[in-house]
Design a protein around this ligand. Structure first.
Ligand code: CUA
Length: 330
């Protein structure tokens, strides 16, 4: 028997999750509010016209011979009506979408996002040192603030789409595209790559965490720090595993293994503060319980085709130490 997911449970699921549904109907940013307003006006207008046409159809079937001359129908309903309605809608949508093109404000926070198969590299500029602060798959933003997202790709075409914040913008190799967002209320908003980019396109998600300015500032200054040194024997053993298993050939942990660039590109997510992120593997697993360990051991089971091989052959005690060490990198 074919089983289907009971769709009526979706709202209940959404209510008990701290992550907002990836929905254009629940805007949490300026652009998304404009887009959803235009969509509702078009949908409402279309519905009214459809209902009107159906009523006239029913009347004509009931009353037989038409009472209006065909020429009046053709010119009135075939030319005047559509030209008036479409012109009004065009003017309205042009007027409303002007807001989507508002000039970049000078106090906008600049965040650059680079798409890769199949994850997102996120860079901030450290306001103190001017150096880059690198993280992955999670974008933190302060609430009610203009943000300028500089978007590009290191391999194929991807598309940046966080429906609660704004519309889609393509991310193209060798080109910079941009997205201006004005964030709204704090919350966690899911986003998704919106351009087919290979085997794991569907599992190329990201989360935007909007929080109050003080919380954001504290987060950013923590992210700017190198990884915390540790004297705990288990965590120190984990750090040693990170180095001996050659994780550092692709991954960076600032203070332990420095950024490794191949052809000017990073190969894998920066792990300096991996323990502070909500998800692993670009939105695949919550960063909790045994998921870190499982992800390292069975990467290919969770995300077949990802650049990272699974490390199922690693001895258990090494895997445990490595997972605990990475989780400790807050
Ligand atoms: Cu990246 Cu689809």
């Amino acid at each position: 028997m074919k089983r289907t997911f009971p769709l009526f449970l979706l709202p209940a699921l959404a209510a008990c999750s701290d992550v907002n549904w990836q929905s254009v109907l629940h805007p949490a940013g300026n652009d998304a509010e404009v887009i959803v307003e235009i969509a509702w006006v078009l949908f409402g207008g279309g519905t009214l016209i459809f209902v009107g046409v159906m009523i006239m159809l029913a009347m004509s079937l009931r009353h037989g011979r038409p009472h209006v001359r065909p020429a009046v129908w053709l010119i009135g309903a075939g030319v005047v009506f559509p030209v008036t309605v479409l012109s009004a809608l065009l003017l309205y949508s042009i007027h409303r979408s002007q807001q989507l093109l508002a000039p970049v404000s000078h106090d906008a926070l600049v965040v650059s996002v680079t798409a890769k198969m199949w994850w997102w590299e996120v860079r901030y500029r450290d306001p103190v040192t001017g150096r880059d602060i690198v993280t992955a798959n999670e974008i933190r933003l302060p609430a009610n603030k203009p943000v300028y997202l500089a978007l590009t790709s290191d391999d194929v075409i991807h598309s940046f789409w966080v429906p609660a914040l704004a519309g889609k913008v393509d991310m193209l190799p060798g080109r910079l595209t941009r997205l201006r967002v004005k964030t709204g209320a704090p919350g966690i908003y899911r986003g998704q790559c919106a351009e087919y980019c290979g085997e794991q396109h569907a599992k190329m998600a990201l989360h935007v965490v909007v929080e109050e300015a003080p919380a954001f500032d504290a987060w950013l200054s923590n992210q700017a720090q190198p990884a915390r040194a540790t004297n705990d024997p288990l965590l120190a053993a984990g750090r040693q595993v990170f180095l001996t298993q050659r994780c550092a050939a692709c991954h960076t942990i600032r203070g332990v293994a420095d950024e490794n660039l191949i052809g000017g590109q990073t190969l894998a997510p920066d792990l300096t503060h991996i323990g502070s992120r909500l998800y692993l593997g670009a939105g695949i697993l919550r960063n909790e319980g045994e998921n870190m360990r499982d992800w390292i051991a069975q990467t290919q089971r969770f995300k077949h085709g990802a650049r990272m091989p699974g490390f199922a052959d690693m001895p258990d005690h090494e895997l445990d130490a490595l997972a605990r060490y990475l989780e400790s990198l807050q």
